[in-house]
Structure formats: C-alpha cells, structure tokens
Design a protein around this ligand. Structure first.
Ligand SMILES: [Zn+2]
Length: 75
C-alpha cells in the first residue's frame, strides 16, 4: 500500500512571499485578499514579529535587573 509523503509548507507564494501547503492550488494567505488587505496582513505579521523581539529584549533586561539585585542583596 502506498502512503503519500507528509505534505508540509512546500510552496512559496510569489505574491506575498509566505509558504503554504503544497496540496493547495492557491496561496492560503493572500488568494482571497485584495492587494491592500494583503499589505495589511503582511504588516501585521511583521509587527507581531517585532513585538516578540521587543518582549525578548524586555525579558533579558528584567533578568539582568534580578541578577544585579541578587548580587547587591547577597552582600
Ligand atoms: Zn500569497
């Protein structure tokens, strides 16, 4: 019995640049969006990524402050 290989995100959309499953004929991200909607969707993805990066930086600073506090109170 033939088992089809697992289908991942193998197609890259020429329009929005995002990956979508190879079994789909059209991009699942932008095929039903207008150009303006697509730009908004991409912008949202970009800002979401930026927020995650900022959160990581904030976490780093908080850890740094805790470490400094521990050093100060240990003396
Ligand atoms: Zn697309």
């Amino acid at each position: 019995m033939l088992v089809p290989p697992p289908i991942g995100f193998s197609n890259k959309c020429k329009r929005c640049g995002l990956r979508y499953p190879g079994k789909e004929r059209e991009c699942v991200h932008c095929s039903n969006l207008t150009d303006v909607q697509m730009e908004e969707m991409l912008e949202q993805k970009r800002s979401a990524h930026k927020n995650t990066a900022n959160l990581g930086k904030l976490f780093f600073y908080i850890m740094l402050l805790i470490l400094i506090g521990m050093v100060i109170f240990a003396q």
